[in-house]
Ligand binder design. Structure first.
Ligand SMILES: [Cu+2]
Length: 304
């Protein structure tokens, strides 16, 4: 076993010990993209991803781990106690009402316990905030703790073959987002991850609710807009407008990818969202509204 395998096992054990329904709230300084040797979900920066993280780490992982251990124990008992040598004369009964009721009722109870937060999180994702509705956040068994303001910005993401186009709907501004080739990345944004870095990030303000409309080019194919640290995965379908939302609490660049097999460059149409302070966003948007997209991007701090 190599040293890196040991490191991964250590990380896995640390993750297993640290699993608790409150852990997502404590996470911070998200890198915005996968890390080498990473196990588990990318750190969350939105209320929806808080819910997903707690649901996965605090409910689903414990549930499936317990079921795996129970089934393993049953298999071991059967192998040891009921093999042909240990148990040469098998019993001939076929039914046991009590055990059959138990193995029907217990899975139903488990599924109901999983279903309650599952539908809650799904409803949160599908319901754009109006300023009054409360969201689950990290407490997925609550009736909603987290206040989220109504959207201050609407962005439409359109999946094209094979890149993304974004429109600031109320401002009527559009731009395309292409992957950076490796040479361009090394000269322009050497600190950014390969196959994820793009020429133009989608710029949005921090701590602001953004309504996200997702579709695909009318003559194109189906894509999917997926951004792990925001907890977003929405199909981009020609002729159909899907709606979700996010409210990111940390500045930085967050990366995602098209998550629907869409053709030859499916793997090369990454998504990058740059979350900036409100003043930076205002300056950027004013410059963009002035008609010069390059000048607008020049107002942002250079990306390493
Ligand atoms: Cu695609």
């Amino acid at each position: 076993m190599t040293a890196s395998n040991f490191r991964r096992m250590g990380a896995f054990l640390a993750a297993a010990v640290g699993l608790a329904p409150t852990m997502a709230a404590a996470q911070q300084s998200a890198p915005g993209h996968p890390q080498y040797g990473q196990i588990g979900l990318q750190p969350s920066v939105t209320p929806i991803m808080d819910s997903i993280t707690v649901f996965h780490d605090g409910v689903l992982m414990w549930t499936i781990s317990a079921i795996v251990l129970l089934v393993l124990a049953l298999l071991v008992v059967v192998i040891v106690r009921f093999n042909a040598r240990a148990n040469p004369v098998p019993a001939r009964f076929t039914h046991n009402t009590l055990i059959e009721v138990i193995w029907t009722v217990v899975p139903i109870v488990i599924l109901v316990i999983i279903a309650i937060p599952s539908f809650g999180v799904l409803a949160d994702q599908m319901t754009t905030p109006d300023g009054e509705r409360r969201y689950l956040g990290a407490n997925i068994f609550s009736f909603g703790d987290v206040e989220v303001p109504a959207p201050a910005l609407t962005v439409k993401a359109t999946g094209e073959q094979w890149f993304w186009n974004y429109e600031y709907v109320d401002q009527g501004l559009r731009f395309d987002q292409y992957i950076l080739s490796d040479e361009d990345r090394q000269t322009q944004k050497p600190g950014q991850p390969r196959l994820l870095a793009v020429d133009n990030e989608l710029v949005v303000p921090v701590n602001t609710t953004v309504r996200l409309l997702v579709t695909a080019a009318p003559t194109g194919v189906i894509h999917a807009f997926a951004l792990p640290s925001f907890g977003i995965k929405v199909d981009a379908v020609p002729g159909r407008l899907n709606e979700t939302w996010f409210n990111a609490r940390e500045t930085g660049i967050y990366y995602g990818q098209c998550s629907e097999l869409c053709g030859k460059d499916h793997a090369f149409m990454p998504i990058a969202v740059r979350v900036v302070e409100q003043e930076e966003f205002d300056a950027w948007l004013t410059a963009f509204e002035g008609g010069d997209y390059t000048a607008a991007n020049a107002t942002l701090a250079a990306v390493e």
